[in-house]
Design a protein around this ligand. Structure first.
Ligand SMILES: NC(=O)c1ccc[n+]([C@@H]2O[C@H](COP(=O)([O-])OP(=O)(O)OC[C@H]3O[C@@H](n4cnc5c(N)ncnc54)[C@H](O)[C@@H]3O)[C@@H](O)[C@H]2O)c1
Ligand SMILES: [Fe+2]
Length: 379
């Protein structure tokens, strides 16, 4: 038995922030980061609230560490909130999810019955509809994905105007996170008809609109479509799971402090080649992953007369997209210390194989295979 759930109410498109006008006479706790306050995004959100007492916790930082979540729980307790609104990227929405979950556990506050909104300002993680929150142990350089249905936000507000201020590099990284979610969920061992439909749509939206949003951040049509793609990919992987691309991204990104979407993008062409496993084909029996990559290539109108051609062209198009978005293909190009990578190689292998997202990867990987993938992305 599998599950596909649409339990988050999704308000989307230009003007979606209007939904907040229905929040009246409440004590509201806003979770965000300092930058969102500085650029006026939080004042904008507050302007939609009617006669509310608002407390703003702006302590979130990218890849939120445990200490930030603890600070947030303290601030949450002080303001006795009735409504929680997370305004920011995946880091902020994840931090807000963790704050809610920990406040319930240690303060005995019924946070799961509270009015809660996730308002994404990047189009990347899909965190506004997922059961996951990624929290980082900075001292150990390890990322921990929390996973519980109780973390799923009840309401998501996708207003593209909030993403217009995202700099091109954030747009690129987050957008490639969307593509990685969709391509991993599509070939996952738990893929199903519902998740496949979401993935196919999300992938075609990313190929079409990510380059446009990257070139012109004010292109609201491109921003709208990227928000929808991000949310659809989130719905898909929440049901189907992810794969070894994310396992490696968590391991490498946690150690070398590389933006989540960026390291996913760098790994993606290599992971497609690994999962397709074309070199092992005898008598024309291709892996299901390879056949599904060919299907995506066909949907995208990339040449795909054979499985081999479809896989090769899909990989090539992802490499082109990375190039257009100025995402390097190796850690060496990114300027990571090669000595450190060599020293940590074994630790990265062990961490990646222990990551929860590996469980649904379509192809098993032993330590040698994971080591090879790390070497490829090292360069
Ligand atoms: N919960 C999930 O299901 C899930 C899935 C994938 C990744 N993640 C996690 O999410 C985090 C990454 O989230 P992200 O890619 O959205 O980036 P992010 O939230 O870390 O934000 C990156 C930077 O962009 C800035 N920013 C965000 N929106 C902006 C805007 N509109 N204008 C200007 N600047 C803006 C932020 O201030 C920050 O400095 C990682 O910790 C990753 O592990 C979670
Ligand atoms: Fe991701």
């Amino acid at each position: 038995m599998q599950e596909f759930s649409f339990s988050t109410r999704i308000f989307f498109g230009e003007g979606a922030l209007e939904r907040l006008r229905r929040v009246k006479n409440r004590k509201v706790f806003i979770v965000t980061d300092r930058f969102m306050v500085q650029i006026g995004a939080i004042d904008r959100v507050i302007s939609y609230l009617t006669e509310c007492e608002v407390s703003v916790f702006d302590g979130v930082v990218p890849d939120p560490p445990i200490e930030v979540v603890a600070e947030g729980v303290n601030a949450f307790e002080k303001c006795q909130a009735e409504t929680v609104i997370a305004v920011g990227g995946g880091s902020t929405i994840d931090a807000a999810k963790a704050i809610r979950a920990i406040a319930k556990k240690i303060l005995n506050i019924e946070t799961d019955k509270m009015e809660c909104f996730a308002v994404p300002t990047t189009s990347g993680t899909g965190s506004e509809v997922t059961d996951y929150a990624v929290i980082t142990d900075k001292a150990q350089g390890v990322k921990y994905p929390l996973d519980s249905q109780a973390l799923r936000p009840p309401v998501a507000i996708l207003d593209p105007s909030l993403t217009a201020s995202a700099p091109a590099s954030v747009t690129a990284d987050a957008g490639m996170d969307v593509l990685t979610h969709a391509l991993e969920a599509y070939v996952s061992t738990n893929a199903n008809d519902f998740s496949d439909a979401m993935c196919e749509k999300a992938i075609s939206l990313v190929f079409r609109f990510l380059p446009l949003a990257y070139i012109d951040g004010e292109d609201l049509l491109a921003r709208t479509e990227m928000q929808n793609a991000s949310c659809m990919a989130g719905l898909a992987f929440n049901s189907a799971g992810l794969g070894i691309n994310h396992s490696l991204a968590h391991a490498i990104g946690g150690k070398f402090h590389i933006a989540h979407g960026r390291i996913n993008a760098m790994l993606l062409p290599k992971i497609l080649a690994f999962n397709a496993n074309l070199s092992c084909v005898s008598g024309g029996e291709y892996s299901l992953a390879a056949k599904k990559y060919q299907r995506i290539a066909r949907i995208m109108d990339f040449p795909a007369a054979t499985v081999r051609l479809g896989v090769a062209n899909l990989i090539q198009e992802i490499e082109h997209l990375n190039h257009k978005l100025r995402i390097p293909s190796t850690l060496r190009e990114l300027g990571v210390d090669m000595v450190q990578v060599r020293e940590m190689r074994q630790e990265l292998i062990t961490t990646a194989l222990a990551d929860a997202t590996y469980a649904t990867n379509p192809r098993r990987a032993d330590e040698t295979a994971v080591g090879n993938l790390i070497d490829q992305v090292t360069g």
